[in-house]
Structures are given as C-alpha cells and as structure tokens.
Design a protein around this ligand. Structure first.
Ligand code: G4P
Length: 532
C-alpha cells in the first residue's frame, strides 16, 4: 500500500443493526466489492476449515477479520467485530487494535445490549466514535428520542451532522447542517450521483413541493430545537470520545453512507501513541509511550484465528503495527520468547483475499502464519527492545463450564488442548485452586462448542462440559503476600488461577462480590486482566 494516512477502525453494533450491510457498502466505496453480498455469505461461500464447518452448519456467517481499502486518500483498515452467536472475547479485543469506531444503531430500537458492552470497551481508551442511525427507510424512533437514548445510556454527547426528513414510507432524505441542502432519498445503487433540494430557505416553494407542507413545518421546528439544544461539533471532544457526530440513513439503500464515510476519512485519528511497559513486567514495571513515528518497528498480536485455510492446518495471528516500518524477511524480535524471527510471508487482507505484504507501517494490520508460537498480546520489536504493549487484556467471561476428560487417561491431552486453545484467546482456561478443576470461561456460548469440536477434531479428546452458574471473574491485586494468602484461604472455593497463574475471584453473584470487596478494602478487584 502506498503511503496514505492510516485509518484503522471497527464497526460496532448489536446484531441485526446493519453492521454487515454497512461493511458491504463501505467496501463498495473502497472499490473492493462490486456487488452487495460479497463480504459475508450466509450460504457460506468462503474458504473454510474443518472447524469452521461447525459455524457453517449453524448458519453463522464467516466474516473476514480485516478488510483494507483506500478511499479519499486514506488507507483504511476495517476490523471485524463478530457479533451474533460468534460473539467472543475477540470482539472486545479487536477494539484494542483500532483508533476509532463506527457505531451502528437500529433506529427503531435505539441502544441495545451488545452495543452497551462494546461501548464499555471503547471507553477504556476513550476511542472516538462516529454514529450511524440506520434503517431510516423503515419506521424509526423520533430523532430527538434516539439522540436522547444514546446520550443517556452510552453517556456520549450526540452532534447530528444531518437530520432526517420523515421516516419509513415518508422518508424524504436528510438535511445537511453544513450545506443546508436536503439529500433526497431514493433507492439508488449509485450514491455518487446524489440529488439535492436546496433548503437554505425553509419557506421556498421548491422545498414545499419536494417534501410537502407537513414535513416542512416539522423540519422548521426541529431545526430550531437543534439550534438551541445541541452544541456545535468539536473536533477535540470527538477525539476524546466525549462527542459523537451522528448521521441518519439507510445502509441497505446506500443512503447517507457516503457522507458518513467522507467524514470518517476527514476526522478519524491516524495511529496514536500507545502505552507499553519495560521488562521486567511486574507491578513496578516502568511505563513508556511509543509514538507511531518512532523509527523502530513495534507491534502486537490482538487476534489469533485458527485454520483459516482448509489446505493448511495453520493459524493466522493478526498483528497491529504500532510504530516504525515492518519489512518482509527482516528479522523481528519476539519479546516473550526472546527469539528473533524472520517473517517470510506476512499477509495483508482485502475482503476475502490475502496477499503478501512487502512492508507495513504504523496502523497497518498484517497476518502472520503461526504454528502455535504466538499468543494474544505478544509484542514484536526491532533491535531486541524489551517492551510489552499493555491494554490488550483478557475480559471477564460471563459463561463458565467445568471440563473433565471422559477418559481419565486423556487428562494430559485435555490440558494441552485447553491451554493451547485458550492461548488463541477465544476462551479462557482457569484452574480452580482447591479442586484443580478446569474451568472454561467465555463471553459467547458458541465458543464452548468450538472448543468441544476442536478438542475432538485436533486433540482426540472427548470431554464432559458442565455449566457453572457464575457471573464473572475478577482479577485480584494484593498489597502484600500475607494478605494474598489470607484472602486465598478465606475464599478458597472461588479462587482460580488464569493461564498466567494470576489469582482470580469467581463471582457467584454480584452480592457475593460486593461483600468480598467491602470486607477486603485493601484488595483490588479488576474486571479485566490489564491492571499492571
Ligand atoms: P448485522 O451484521 O449487524 O447483524 O446486520 P445485517 O447487516 O446482517 O442486517 C440485518 C438485517 O437488517 C438484514 O435483513 C438487512 O438487510 C437489514 N438491514 C440492514 N440495514 C438496513 C437498512 O438500512 N434498512 C432496512 N430496511 N433494512 C436494513 P435480513 O432480512 O435479516 O437479512 P437479509 O436476508 O436481508 O440478508
């Protein structure tokens, strides 16, 4: 990719709000797809591996993880945040690798459960957000009610860039605050030839003719209210995640999408400096900030996807480049293992295709073929720099299973399989201290089925899975060893170790958690593992 400022972003939405439809349209503008329906095929028209068969059988769409395209002189990387049944920790973690987010809202429903969870993760880094109120070609909530819904639930100030004129069968288009024109709604496959109605004079007969007297009156009232109630767009507040510019439209009809993408390419941040720590990585580790313009290459793995290619039983580790220049065939330093590695076939992605990347710059995402060497959060550097990127946590699972091998002779295989699969990051393996039981945690139920399928397929282990009604885990930090030992004794039945042997507290109920926190004010409880 020639040098163009990078824009690495993700779309977040509750399932069915229109994320896939929007992705298709964005790729269409980027010239990556020529027709709708190519990004994700419900009939499953992708290269699939064995265990992905499982997803196919269950009617879950297989989406690309990274889609790269160019538009308006920017190199965009759109990262997928799987939803529906394939919702997993990956969905959260992807947000640690982007600089900004496009949030899709179903305008008939407003904010929904999954949007709230994803927003919590965006808040961790104050990620800037552009909002698209989708499906205005159908019956929608009142626009003020929608803005209020977002502001009150997601605690972000909405600044409309456009304003809807009618909705559903009466949808006439959107008023653009900047140009004072109405972009007319028409079911057109070609948004490059839009038609506008001048609305600089709201009493003009041409406007009356275009949208009718009732909608003119409504528009007048609403624009007055907007002028008094809503502040101007402020770039700094957007960048700080305090304000979100809002568009109204219809992804399905490719209406309002171009305007939204145009703004993203104008305002979305280029790669930002990132926090890291210097070795040794304990609680006293020295924090440093790495600037994307630093000469030395650094990057980290945020996602591992198994067996993407049915011909090779490979995994692909997705690396976000954070600084410097990565070059194919140059040796890079794998900080966790202390080994130098030459990457001969780094991949870049374009919707369904992958290509060899000759180089990659800060903000780019590259795929590394991986035979099991890499783990989520692994940092790579040039010049044996001992840094580790922070902010790529494990998140508290919401669902738990106790896993035991059906054949006790296979216990070792089970352990190996579970720990390797948890290194990929889709599920987490915890060991319950006082019983040594293996507890598997996930944020989406499908992950357990994927683990079951893969354990049988790749490790030949049949296991029993028994649901455990826990609400989550908290990572713990103690002031000293003595208090750690006392706590571990007092709460022995709910003490677990994560894959890095850090102590965790299993939350049976929120009430239990509250009591434990009150009784142990010197112990810190963390909802994700990134607390050093
Ligand atoms: P998701 O990835 O967020 O889950 O949503 P997706 O894009 O798959 O959209 C969910 C459903 O909403 C799809 O209909 C899609 O066609 C519809 N949709 C998306 N954007 C709009 C819009 O702007 N207007 C209207 N009217 N509908 C929209 P479906 O019937 O579930 O799937 P399909 O059979 O059409 O693919």
């Amino acid at each position: 990719m020639s040098f163009k400022p990078r824009c690495t972003f993700a779309i977040i939405s509750h399932p069915d709000a229109g994320k896939t439809t929007m992705t298709e349209k964005l790729l269409w503008f980027g010239g990556v797809v020529r027709e709708a329906g190519m990004v994700k095929s419900k009939s499953g028209d992708y290269a699939k591996s064995d265990w992905m068969e499982l997803e196919k059988q269950r009617g879950i769409s297989i989406t690309s993880s990274v889609m790269s395209f160019e538009y308006n002189d920017r190199a965009l990387h759109l990262l997928d945040t799987p939803g529906h049944k394939d919702f997993s920790e990956d969905t959260y973690r992807t947000l640690t690798a982007v600089e900004s987010v496009l949030m899709m809202i179903d305008s008939a429903k407003g904010v929904e459960a999954q949007t709230i969870k994803l927003m919590e993760v965006c808040r961790m880094r104050d990620t800037p957000i552009v909002t698209f109120m989708n499906k205005f070609d159908r019956e929608a909530m009142d626009p003020f009610a929608l803005l209020d819904n977002i502001e009150s639930i997601l605690k972000i100030q909405c600044v409309p860039m456009t304003w809807p004129v009618g909705n559903g069968v009466d949808f006439k288009g959107v008023y653009d605050f900047k140009t004072k024109q109405i972009l007319s709604f028409k079911d057109s496959k070609d948004p490059f030839t839009p038609s506008y109605v001048d609305a600089s004079d709201l009493d003009a007969p041409s406007l009356l003719e275009a949208i009718g007297p009732a909608l003119v009156e409504k528009l007048k009232e609403e624009l007055e209210m907007v002028a008094t109630l809503i502040p101007e767009f402020n770039m700094d507040e957007y960048q700080a995640g305090i304000q979100t510019p809002v568009f109204f439209g219809s992804a399905l009809k490719n209406f309002g999408v171009k305007e939204c993408l145009d703004l993203i390419t104008q305002i979305a941040p280029t790669p930002k400096p990132r926090e890291a720590v210097l070795a040794p990585y304990d609680s006293n580790a020295e924090k440093i900030t790495i600037d994307p313009s630093d000469k030395e290459f650094t990057g980290f793995i945020f996602k591992i996807q198994a067996n993407m290619d049915p011909k090779h039983r490979d995994r692909i580790s997705f690396m976000r480049v954070c600084s410097g220049r990565f070059e194919r065939n140059e040796k890079i330093y794998h900080v966790r293992t202390g080994k130098e590695i030459r990457i001969a076939t780094p991949l870049i992605f374009q919707a369904r295709d992958r290509d060899i990347a000759e180089e990659a710059l800060a903000g780019d995402i590259i795929g590394l073929y991986d035979t099991g060497k890499y783990q989520i959060g692994d940092t790579f550097s040039m010049g044996k720099k001992h840094i580790r990127y922070t902010g790529i946590p494990s998140f508290s699972p919401e669902l738990f299973m106790r896993v035991t091998a059906k054949d006790p002779m296979k216990a070792k295989h089970l352990e190996k399989g579970l720990s390797q699969l948890s290194e990929e990051g889709a599920t987490q393996l915890f060991i319950r201290r006082h019983t040594n039981e293996k507890m598997l945690g996930a944020v989406g139920a499908l992950q357990f089925e994927v683990v079951k399928y893969r354990l049988e397929d790749e490790y030949s282990v049949e296991a029993s899975y028994e649901p455990v009604a826990w609400a989550g885990v908290r990572w713990l930090k103690f002031p000293d060893k003595k208090s750690e030992e006392k706590f571990a004794q007092d709460y022995s039945s709910v003490i677990m170790e994560d894959k890095d042997k850090r102590l965790c507290f299993a939350v049976r109920t929120e009430w239990d958690l509250k009591l434990a926190m009150e009784k142990n004010p010197d112990v810190k409880f963390f909802k994700n593992s990134d607390y050093i």
